[in-house]
Write a protein that binds this ligand. Structure first.
Ligand code: GLN
Length: 487
């Protein structure tokens, strides 16, 4: 058995089931590599060495007794630090939750644990998942393993960087406006935001509740399929969870392309789109055509309003969700407050970072009496138009293919002084959240500077299978997903 940290999650899973590898060795392999490399990447906020080794041992014993639980049994994973893990510090990248040990476990991590997965630790993110570069974390910046001067994207930048650097076999991310797909694209891995309601958010710290979804990030579509199969499906603890049956996503990866119709929206190939990104994405679409896909131009006319619409809806919901952090029951509390108001104001002023405060202010403003109709109400109407654009487009096509991000990974510090520029880096991903659709980023090339580029595949509600089918066929025909950064 070679170096485990070079394997895809599915390969680790196969090696475990063929008993060519023990979970203890796999876990040790990742822990050693974290020790050796994460000092320069900073993808982990917490490494649970003891917990991971204990879970690996239990998994090996289970397997030896012939009671292995399934494909994720013994597989070492990393978890974005916005998912509550019982008794294990969960911060959401915020000072306001420093030291917070959740009294319960999120459904997604519970399902993974019950499937035998080993948790290596908690991964860095932009504070409360607000950002596109992981520079908004209160606990330091995560670097892109392909170029340490660049961002891995965000907000699931820790998850993306950890997978890309071989510091876990797969990871959980969350995606409110692109936070799984954009970092996956910037680090050359695969990541899918499932349909809104496909995966439970019970125990996942809320950012914008009408947009948030949890999803897998790993090297290949098959890897992501294995994780989604485990975390997906109805959960009575989340009122937005859908009672839809869970198809076999792994089987979808290996099914034939057939003559799927691939929609290409002209609104996603606009001025400002980096030439290398355009070339890679157009090349990928050509490849899909060679594989049997029928390429059709589609129209998504309200795309240009998506950024404005999203930053009203998301901030409005965030301002309300974040009201619970008041320094009273848990989290950061300002020392020696004069009175109750001082306790609230001091704890929130000191506990939240600048971007989070900006969003609370924006969101509170657009929900306030007198402005509600003009901003929040209007944004909800525009959201409907954006969703209807997709419904119409999907009358003509089965899947839509676009770029994930307008540029490859940008330099650390490049956009921190200009929030609007940062917001614009989500231009191709946020409509998919506004419409509640599933979307994936699949590696589809490199820029001239050697930075990874992703192709976005979008499907109608609950049709993740189509995405896995296209991605699986694409990966069999190309080797972008197999490239690894030199570290
Ligand atoms: N960059 C977007 C934002 O800051 C999306 C983040 C996310 O998907 N969590 O809101």
């Amino acid at each position: 058995m070679g170096d485990v940290t070079n394997l895809s999650l599915a390969d680790v899973s196969r090696a475990l089931s063929e008993k060519k590898l023990s979970s203890a060795d796999a876990t040790r392999g990742y822990l050693d590599r974290i020790q050796k490399l994460d000092g320069k990447i900073h993808s982990y906020l917490l490494v649970d060495e003891k917990g991971a080794l204990a879970a690996a041992k239990t998994s090996d014993e289970r397997r030896a007794a012939g009671r292995a639980l399934g494909p994720l049994d013994g597989v070492p994973l990393g978890i974005k630090d916005i998912v509550l893990t019982h008794g294990v510090e969960t911060t959401a990248g915020s000072k306001i939750l420093k030291g917070f040990r959740p009294p319960y476990e999120a459904t997604v991590s519970k399902r993974l644990r019950e499937a035998g997965a080993v948790f290596l630790g908690k991964l860095n993110l932009d504070e409360f998942a607000m950002g596109s570069s992981t520079e908004n974390s209160a606990y330091g910046v995560t670097k892109n393993p392909w170029d340490l001067e660049r961002t891995p994207g965000g907000s699931s930048g820790g998850s993306a960087a950890a997978v890309a650097a071989g510091l876990c076999a797969g990871a959980l991310g969350t995606d409110t406006g692109g936070s799984i797909r954009q970092p996956a694209s910037h680090t050359g891995i695969c990541g899918i935001k499932p349909t809104y309601g496909r995966v439970s958010r019970y125990g996942v710290i809320a950012y914008a509740s009408s947009l948030d979804q949890v999803g897998p990030m790993a090297w290949t579509a098959e890897d992501c399929a294995l994780i989604l199969q485990t975390i997906g499906g109805y959960d009575p603890m989340d009122s937005t969870s859908l009672e839809a049956p869970l198809p076999d996503f792994r089987a979808a990866c290996s099914s034939k392309m057939g003559d799927l119709r691939i929609g290409v929206p002209k609104q996603y190939f606009i001025g400002g789109l980096d030439a290398d990104v355009e070339k890679a994405v157009r090349g990928a679409i050509k490849k899909l055509e060679e594989l049997g896909g029928k390429v059709v131009e589609v129209d998504l006319p309200h795309t240009e309003y998506a950024v404005a619409c999203y930053y009203l809806v998301a901030t409005a919901e965030a301002s309300s969700n974040l009201a619970r952090y008041d320094g009273v029951r848990y989290g950061y509390r300002v020392p020696a407050p004069k009175d109750l108001l001082d306790l609230y104001m001091g704890s929130r002023s000191e506990g939240f970072g600048a971007e989070v405060k900006r969003r609370i202010l924006l969101g509170t403003f657009c929900l306030s009496a007198g402005y509600y109709d003009a901003y929040y109400g209007k944004a909800q109407k525009v959201r409907r138009l954006i969703r209807d654009d997709f419904v119409k487009a999907f009358e003509k096509v089965d899947v839509i293919a676009t770029p994930v991000a307008p540029t490859p990974a940008f330099k650390l510090g490049e956009k921190t002084g200009d929030p609007l520029q940062m917001y614009l880096s989500d231009i191709f991903t946020i409509s998919i959240n506004l419409a509640g659709l599933p979307g994936m980023s699949v590696p589809c090339g490199f820029s001239e500077k050697g930075l990874p580029i992703g192709l976005q595949l979008i499907a109608p509600h609950l049709e993740e299978e189509r995405i896995f089918r296209v991605a699986g066929n694409y990966e069999r025909a190309t080797d972008w997903h197999a490239k690894r950064p030199k570290l």
